[in-house]
Design a protein around this ligand. Structure first.
Ligand code: GAL
Length: 287
């Protein structure tokens, strides 16, 4: 009888764990995909498409910091993730060829063309040859074609940490470390204008809008080390931008993370900004 009761208890506990795992996002520990592998998507972003969420990120390795490709996972509840594809692979040569760095991948659907536009930071292994790269695809989950450096006035943007923001009017923006905010052209394939330069900005820019106010999150420059991230606000994307201070308690080091993206999560008539940050573990970034 005792044995039977213990077995029952074991089954109940097991069922309890399974339910918890299927319904909760647990922060700061590895998540597992439908195949039982760690969800490997860093410097990430989420795109919503027909009620499904697509997560794009750096497909990190534990062996080297060289670009191993960008991954894509999909989910209908932000908890259970299905591995979709390595949407952009190491290129034979060029800005994302062998032994280059590829980071902070961001994807947006261009409202005008319906094309999926992927932007990223590409660099050499010493971070001395930065580019913002452009890749495109007709379908959300790849395969993306690398088009080369994103151009502004015909020239590549030689900067590193980047983010993107898509406004409710359909305009797309490229956010750059230490200040510049660029508006993309109608087809999102080039830069049209620099619309703001936010004084005092750091790295890892991430923007969202809530109740008509624009928010810009950013980190201090400490490489893979965590720090107290801070933010700015503005009534319009063009500014004026005002520094507001920290958005997590001081000393918590942004709960041991670095900002990368804010996903506008639709909840009924409301939109809730969902913070996404990285817990780096260099040089074991995959695990
Ligand atoms: C961080 C940056 C990361 C990565 C790292 C390399 O500051 O936000 O994306 O580039 O530096 O040291």
């Amino acid at each position: 009888m005792m044995k039977y009761l213990l077995f029952l208890l074991f089954l109940l506990l097991k069922a309890g764990t399974a339910t918890a795992q299927n319904n909760l996002v647990v922060n700061g520990i590895p998540w597992f995909d439908d195949k039982g592998n760690i969800v490997n998507a860093h410097g990430a972003c989420i795109v919503e498409e027909n009620g499904r969420y697509y997560l794009f990120g750096e497909w990190k390795s534990d062996k080297s910091n060289a670009f191993p490709g960008f991954s894509c996972y999909s989910s209908d509840d932000l908890v259970n993730w299905k591995f979709e594809n390595i949407v952009l692979r190491v290129q034979p040569e060029g800005i994302l060829g062998p032994n280059r760095v590829g980071e902070r991948v961001k994807v947006m659907k261009c409202p005008k063309t319906g094309e999926y536009i992927m932007l990223m930071h590409a660099d050499d292994m010493e971070y001395k040859d930065p580019y913002i790269g452009l890749a495109t695809c007709k379908t959300i989950a790849g395969d993306y074609q690398l088009q080369g450096p994103l151009l502004y006035k015909g020239q590549p943007v030689k900067r590193w940490d980047m983010g993107t923001f898509q406004d409710t009017d359909g305009k797309g923006y490229l956010l750059i470390h230490h200040g510049p905010v660029y508006r993309l052209s109608d087809d999102y394939r080039s830069i049209e204008a620099e619309v703001a330069h936010i004084k005092g900005m750091g790295e890892s820019p991430a923007m969202f809008k809530k109740n008509g106010v624009y928010f810009m999150l950013t980190s201090n420059l400490t490489s893979w080390e965590k720090n107290d991230n801070f933010y700015f606000t503005a009534p319009q994307i063009e500014g004026p931008w005002t520094k507001q201070g920290l958005f997590c308690p001081e000393g918590k080091l942004t709960y041991n993370s670095q900002s990368t993206f804010v996903f506008p999560l639709k909840c009924g008539n409301d939109t809730i900004p969902m913070f996404m940050g990285d817990r780096w573990s260099y040089p074991h970034q995959a695990s």
